[in-house]
Design a protein around this ligand. Structure first.
Ligand code: GLU
Length: 343
């Protein structure tokens, strides 16, 4: 892509970052389609990163299924490739050394402290937002669990590095959040501004053992991989403010962000098992074609008529953001019928 006066060439780098906590469903597929089209329509390079650090929730058997579903939908990626030239993924559980380096850098700057508070301790301590000096939290901010900083100034004896902690009582490590707003201009949502210290407080960057949190790993990886634009669902909008704090402290350049609305059920809640089986694998099993699924996803984004059949590749030239509603897409019975899932 040519930028500015036409002499500087900036490569667009996008990424898929699935978590293998369940099979791909229609909601994930929509976000991935938008991410892929956004990247491909700019001639960009697409990377694949498997985010398998969320141990209790990770289901290793879903890893292969996610790749297979994406390929079936016609959503490919460029990197990495294995020794045999097959498409593979950057896998977070194989990248712990990078997170450890970042952890040590933050710790060396005095920005981390160990915390042994349980979730229960924190839940029981929740004060009303106005007691924290603000009455102006958004509905989303109010849903977050606020950490009041119990362990901030406490000195507790413990190992220096979470990788050395092998007992269950090993501390988590929190990042000190100073008051003040972070601000970014989301490509889809516009200007977003928030003060992490008010609704989140100090957040966890590493759990016990050698487990960096999602917040730390995603920042380290997106920076290391040269991702220029992160496209993901808008349930992570608030996390972006946390991540921007880490980018700043690690002296890394943040990418651009583009957060898109979720797909929800008729009850307004994010698509899940309770809404029936909307997994791509189930849709395939029902004999529905990839073109029908892509056509329906394109319909939800305002690019095609209901019932259209089209390939992901064919959509590249039709891709635009301004037809996508800022409201979540509500999946109803006619959608499920079209996809062969009901009736
Ligand atoms: N792995 C995360 C998820 O599946 C996405 C993280 C991201 O895109 O930053 O929810």
């Amino acid at each position: 892509m040519l930028v500015g006066g036409g002499c500087m060439v900036t490569e667009v780098v996008g990424r898929f970052a699935p978590s293998p906590t369940g099979a791909l469903h229609l909601g994930n597929a929509r976000t991935f389609l938008i991410a892929w089209l956004r990247c491909r329509s700019q001639g960009g390079r697409m990377l694949m990163r498997m985010e398998d650090l969320d141990h209790p929730r990770v289901k290793p058997e879903t890893v292969g299924q996610v790749y297979e579903d994406l390929r079936w939908l016609g959503l490919d990626w460029d990197e990495p490739v294995d020794e045999s030239g097959n498409l593979a993924a950057y896998v977070q559980s194989e990248r712990l050394e990078y997170y450890r380096q970042a952890f040590n850098e933050l710790k060396g700057k005095g920005l981390l402290y160990p915390c042994r508070c349980s979730r229960k301790d924190i839940e029981e301590s929740q004060s009303a937002p106005h007691e924290r000096g603000t009455g102006r939290l958004t509905a989303e901010e109010q849903k977050e669990l606020y950490y009041p900083g119990f362990c901030r100034e406490k000195s507790i004896e413990q190992p220096d590095n979470p990788a050395d902690c092998s007992d269950e009582k090993a501390p988590a490590w929190r990042f000190r959040v100073d008051p003040g707003t972070t601000r970014f201009d989301d490509v889809f949502c516009g200007v977003c501004e928030s003060d992490v210290s008010v609704w989140s407080g100090d957040f966890v960057v590493a759990r016990n053992l050698s487990a960096p949190s999602y917040q730390l790993a995603v920042v380290v990886d997106d920076a290391a991989m040269g991702v220029t634009e992160v496209v993901r669902a808008d349930d992570l909008l608030l996390s972006t403010h946390r991540q921007l704090k880490l980018y700043k402290s690690l002296v890394l350049n943040p990418p651009a962000f583009l957060h898109v609305p979720l797909v929800v059920g008729t009850d307004g809640r994010r698509l899940a098992k309770r809404h029936g089986d909307t997994r791509i694998s189930e849709i395939r099993r029902c004999g529905t074609s990839p073109e029908s699924v892509i056509g329906w996803l394109a319909y939800t984004c305002g690019w095609c008529e209901f019932g259209a059949q089209i390939s992901a590749k064919e959509l590249i030239r039709q891709f635009r953001l301004d037809t996508i509603s800022i409201e979540p897409y509500v999946v109803g019975a006619s959608d499920l019928r079209l996809l062969g899932l009901a009736g």
